[in-house]
Design a binder for this molecule. Sequence first.
Ligand code: IYR
Length: 232
Amino acid sequence: MPISTHWTPAHGAPYRPVPYRPERMPAEESLARAAELRRLMDRRRTVRQFSADPVPEQAVRDAIACAATAPSGAHQQPWTFILVKDPEVRRRIRAAAEEEERRSYAGRLGEEWLAALRPLGTDEVKPHLTDAPALIVVFRQRYWLGADGSKRKHYYVDESVGIAVGMLLSALHLSGLAALVHTPSPMRFLSEVLGRPANENAFAVIPVGYPAADCQVPDLVRKSLDQVLVEV
Ligand code: IYR
């Protein structure tokens, strides 16, 4: 599964800025949009029970394109998104993920971690990996390869990919699609199943779809703004 586009980093190129003059949004409009986004984002829930109904695929591609607008360390964009629709590949990912998760839940996580997860009701059975009509497997590019095949550094890879995933989740949610950030551990099997190169390793598997008709979510309470914001 080769990457379809060739990317040449701007490494070492001189600074040649271009003008940036976005039209200023009136404050009232900013306030109205921010309040509406806050309301909409607060309705996002992580979903673990998906309907098998198909999703509009272009909406998923557009959400990935949104994610790929994320800022990144040295603008190196150290991410690859694999959109897995093939049911057989999803089955293989599920089988391998459940094998790892069985070991995790049977003891590898430890009592403290299991206690933290208890209110979420998670276990080693991962039907979302085959029920959801699409999986986005996000890979981080730990380094890039120079023309001579040498390993060249990427900077702030986890931060960059984390920001991109946040933007992906927002875009999916605001497009009416449900998602889950699933991090089977260890995730090496994803490189094997998806045939990814040695400079990449998996960051998360994100099933995307609609909630099942009988979907349930844990009764979580979010921290209030006062609890997360300090103004000085
Ligand atoms: N990867 C396991 C365990 C798990 C860990 C965390 I931290 C979570 O927020 C949720 C689950 C699993 O997917 O079940």
